[in-house]
Design a protein around this ligand. Structure first.
Ligand SMILES: Cc1ncc(COP(=O)(O)O)c(C=O)c1O
Length: 506
């Protein structure tokens, strides 16, 4: 069996790539790209031997028994067997650097020993009772979690997934305000339940059913890279777009104002006068490809929503728990205190749990009828949630996200200078996007076959990236927050080598 370390230094990968990029874009890369070789960082963890069904058997089972639309990454999907911190091991023992963390979910590291221990201890005492009885963990955790919020955000409702959290937030907003209409930004993703599917604004994620987007309005996305306005000073990121912009501290962000004017049009023309239930926004769009908004837009939008009787809902499913580095919650980077916050994914490091945090007043709206969730906040979820918060604090993972993420972004910006097919690098902390284009001026997405080739090549070299955006041409980098600078060097080197290799072939 060939170990991943051996693969990383195989002669195929040692080759210096000569680039002739005629098919992709004649300006896509310099004629010869010097390719640095970085070895995969060491890891002293030994995964247990895989003893499950054979690879082919698993493929058969998947084909025969799982839903046919279940996506699998890669031409030859990986059969994952074991995980340790930022590393994943397949059934053959090959090691991969996980730059996607189970879709932004493994926040503190695969099988983190402290989280494992907390869950093991809880499993021995009590799994589940439902909240018809009191048990300590949900109370302890509610106290710990709400302590992380500013202002009056002190009431928490536990659920099991991000979609459920957003469903509940929609319900609360409508009950509390007595209004029906909800606004979201185009290119957003808020879930796949029948209720939240209507919030999500991607045609690729929409089933053709009547009523899905009842009373939901998708407004212009304030995207400083792909949108019609935006420039080199708009983003709260160490890396800016290559568009110029003459904003300054006196004028403020003009793009934010222009996009805000568009939002106002929706209030004027599409809503009952002065009546909106809510506006939802991810603090940085995740599935949409790590899209950041011009500075100041979210703050003004929240004020407009409130002035029209609505509440502002921050979806922190991807951006929460320190991922953006400078703050614990993404909304803090926008200088707002939302009325409702939804969270999932990183909250449980992979344990299925989620939550809605709001003010006691808004929470009271649910008192109009019975409302119940069987598993929400059960003892296991409470134990995991507390351990995750402990680890984030003890290991200073928010600070690590900031330092390592900023380093990552700067290294990726160097790659953008080197390869024309990298149109944009953006993000904050360890919430990063790399947009691949076939033409830097038109920003036309790089064709799917080329994107896939680069992405598969990275996997073959031992680095797993996510993909996103409507056209699937944005690499999403959202690893467990325990990664270090050696991991970054390796990942950036692999991406560079993969691009070089694919350009040289095309
Ligand atoms: C921002 C955001 N909100 C909500 C969801 C839905 O979460 P879940 O898949 O747990 O239902 C997701 C999932 O990717 C998400 O990224």
């Amino acid at each position: 069996m060939m170990s991943r370390n051996m693969l990383g230094s195989s002669s195929r990968l040692m080759r210096q790539c000569r680039c002739n990029a005629s098919t992709l874009n004649s300006k896509a890369a310099p004629a010869t790209v010097s390719v640095v070789q970085t070895e995969m960082p060491d890891c002293d963890f030994q995964p247990p031997q895989y003893k499950g069904p054979s690879y082919d058997n698993i493929k058969e089972l998947r084909k025969n028994h799982l839903t046919p639309n279940m996506t699998a990454y890669y031409k030859k999907p990986l059969l994952m067997h074991s995980g340790h911190m930022q590393w994943l091991f397949d059934h053959d023992g090959n090691r991969y650097l996980d730059m996607f963390g189970g879709i932004v979910t493994v926040s503190v590291g695969h099988c983190h020993p402290k989280v494992n221990k907390a869950l093991e201890e809880q499993i021995k005492i009590l799994w589940h009772t439902t909240n018809i009885y009191m048990h300590p963990k949900i109370h302890e955790y509610a106290q710990r979690l709400t302590a992380k919020f500013p202002g009056d955000l002190k009431a928490v409702y536990f659920v099991n997934s991000g979609s459920e959290a957003n469903d509940l937030a929609m319900l609360m907003a409508r009950l509390h305000t007595g209004n029906q209409d909800i606004l979201t930004l185009r290119n957003c993703y808020h879930g796949m339940s029948p209720y939240t599917m209507g919030l999500t604004a991607h045609s690729t994620w929409r089933f053709p059913l009547p009523g899905v987007a009842n009373s939901i309005h998708h407004v212009m996305n304030p995207d400083p890279y792909l949108g019609i306005w935006g420039g080199s000073k708009c983003r709260d990121s160490p890396v800016q777009t290559d568009r110029t912009c003459d904003c300054n501290s006196e004028t403020g962000c003009k793009a934010a104002d222009l996009y805000y004017n568009e939002l106002e049009q929706t209030f004027k023309y599409s809503l009952p006068r002065g009546r909106v239930a809510a506006m939802f926004a991810e603090s940085i769009q995740g599935v949409g490809g790590t899209v950041q908004f011009p500075k100041g837009y979210i703050k003004k939008a929240a004020e407009l929503v409130r002035a029209n009787g609505g509440v502002f809902i921050s979806d922190e499913v991807q951006t929460g728990f320190g991922r953006t580095g400078d703050h614990f919650w993404g909304f803090e980077g926008h200088g707002i205190v939302p009325d409702i916050v939804t969270m999932a994914k990183g909250i449980g490091n992979g344990f299925p749990m989620a939550a809605v945090v709001t003010t006691p007043k808004i929470a009271q709206s649910l008192g109009m009828a019975l409302h119940f969730n069987t598993y929400g906040g059960n003892p296991m979820a409470g134990a995991v949630g507390i351990a995750v918060l402990d680890v984030i604090e003890e290991e200073q993972l928010q600070k690590n996200s900031l330092e390592v993420g900023t380093y990552f972004l700067k290294k990726l910006a160097e790659l953008r200078d080197k390869y024309e097919i990298i149109g944009d690098v953006r993000g904050k902390g360890l919430m990063i996007g790399v947009e691949l284009v076939s033409d830097r001026t038109t920003k036309a997405p790089l064709g799917v076959p080329h994107v896939l080739e680069i992405w598969e090549t990275c996997k073959d070299m031992g680095v797993l990236f996510g993909r996103g955006g409507l056209n699937g041409n944005i690499f999403r980098i959202k690893p467990p927050m325990c990664i270090n600078k050696s991991d970054v060097k390796f990942a950036v080197d692999v991406l560079s080598r993969a691009i070089s290799e694919v350009l040289s072939k095309n």
